[in-house]
Write a protein that binds this ligand. Structure first.
Ligand SMILES: NC(=O)c1ccc[n+]([C@@H]2O[C@H](COP(=O)([O-])OP(=O)(O)OC[C@H]3O[C@@H](n4cnc5c(N)ncnc54)[C@H](O)[C@@H]3O)[C@@H](O)[C@H]2O)c1
Length: 426
């Protein structure tokens, strides 16, 4: 009897606690949304993690994290503490004070902004959100997204046309697997459409982020995010453009970058590779190009950087063929297919284009990556006899040394296997 009473008291305590906690809905529980959900949960928010993917929701509620930066233990703690639950139901956002959108903003088949996820995310919650809440977008998009896209869409879906609601942009800067810079210490840019919105967004982020920076309008925050990633695209392209020249000159491009990097000011190191991958660098500059073109402005520098990096998979594929001189129909392996080290994400990975190129040249493509479960329709590397291999992403556990020892010609695009005898560097 005493046990039942204790359980009842605990239940009442939990409910009271949850009711008193401020509540946030986070739409999209992926690489951006889940870490945000955990950060908010830890700092006292009750978090509803909304996602359209039933499988992800089920998995999250069972305490299994699908994002490398969040451990299942951390997720379980949030679930058990009553600070977090995942759901597909937009109606759970009916009593939140904050709603944050963290859904993908990819490119469509014509390589133009695909805002369909943003649209469906807004539709999921639009009619449920209270008019006192703030709607924030963290999804990377072109300047003007909040004002020209989010607000009119929401207004069309609500009887009150969203009047009284607050809106802000707070672009995410997460760098998966970066242990030095995370949600807490990476400065966060925020701006609302008015001072009330900016203050609400500022208060929300300040509850778990040490450095929240207000900018004058949402378009500045949106544009800053595109500038950050376009800067990377352009600088990587500059170094990639020097790769064939350095090869001709018999110079190691990585040594050049390191040497230039010894200058303590006015220079930043960017390294060459098989191309650029992930949801940011290959995509964000094209959101910028699209927006500029809407206004009749061309950005040739940005366009060329995209072309240079986009041509790298064919270049490194050709280098592998030159190196290995494989006979047609033989097996070539791609080692490391995720878009960066330490993660399982293959979206926009240059490995896909390297594979496509090698296949188009008449070779059979195999792959190996300890963190990746499947890679399009390509067969996984087992004990096939290889004519050559290319390291696209330096994952731990790749059998580079073993293959080199067995005499397989290997081109390393990452610089991580420089010390392995017989491995050629890009
Ligand atoms: N991943 C990164 O490193 C990174 C870094 C900075 C910014 N961003 C930006 O953040 C945004 C989100 O990226 P991500 O990497 O988290 O994507 P993700 O694919 O890892 O996660 C997105 C989640 O949103 C869900 N989703 C899609 N449509 C939905 C809808 N209508 N309603 C509810 N859920 C929906 C998906 O099921 C998925 O679980 C993008 O704009 C991206 O450019 C990503």
């Amino acid at each position: 009897m005493e046990w039942v009473y204790k359980c009842y008291i605990r239940f009442v305590y939990d409910i009271t606690l949850m009711e008193n906690r401020p509540k946030v809905a986070i739409v999209g529980q992926g690489y951006v949304g889940l870490p945000l959900a955990m950060a908010a949960a830890k700092s006292g928010w009750t978090v509803i993690g909304l996602d359209i993917d039933q499988r992800i929701v089920k998995q999250l509620n069972a305490g299994v994290s699908h994002v490398e930066d969040i451990s299942s233990l951390e997720l379980k703690r949030a679930l058990e503490g009553g600070n977090y639950m995942a759901s597909v139901k937009g109606s759970l956002a009916a009593d939140v004070s904050v709603c944050v959108i963290c859904v993908p903003t990819p490119l469509d088949s014509k390589r133009l902004p695909d805002t369909s996820f943003l649209e469906s995310a807004i539709k999921l919650v639009a009619t449920h959100l209270p008019s006192t809440c703030i709607l924030i977008s963290e999804s990377t998009s072109y300047p003007g997204t909040i004002r020209e896209f989010v607000i009119p869409l929401l207004a069309n879906l609500r009887e009150d046309r969203g009047i009284g609601m607050s809106f802000a942009s707070a672009p995410e800067r997460i760098d998966p697997r970066n242990e030095a810079w995370g949600m807490k210490n990476t400065p966060r840019l925020v701006s609302g459409i008015d001072s009330k919105s900016t203050q609400k967004a500022f208060d929300f982020y300040q509850s778990f982020c040490e450095n929240v920076i207000q900018v004058s309008k949402p378009e500045v925050a949106e544009m800053a995010k595109l500038l950050e990633n376009t800067f990377r695209q352009v600088n990587i392209a500059l170094v990639n453009q020097l790769v064939p020249l350095c090869k001709e000159l018999g110079i190691d491009i990585r040594e050049v970058v390191e040497a230039a990097g010894s200058k303590p000011y006015g220079y930043m190191k960017f390294f060459p590779g098989a191309g650029v991958g992930g949801h940011c660098i290959p995509i964000d500059p094209l959101y910028l190009l699209w927006k500029a073109r809407q206004l009749g402005i061309e950005l040739p520098f940005v366009k060329e950087a995209d072309e240079i990096n986009g041509a790298m998979p064919d270049y490194v594929g050709s280098r592998l063929i030159d190196l290995a001189k494989p006979v047609l129909g033989s097996f070539l392996a791609i080692l490391g297919v995720a878009y960066k080290s330490g993660i399982s994400d293959i979206r926009e990975s240059p490995a896909e284009d390297v594979a496509r190129f090698l296949k188009s040249q008449g070779f059979r493509v195999l792959w190996s990556d300890p963190l990746v479960k499947s890679f399009h329709d390509y067969q996984v590397l087992a004990d096939q006899k290889l004519a050559g291999a290319i390291v696209v992403t330096a994952q731990e556990g790749l059998a580079v040394a073993e293959l080199a020892k067995a005499g397989v010609p290997i081109l390393d695009c990452t610089g991580a296997f420089k010390a392995v005898k017989g491995v050629e560097q890009l």
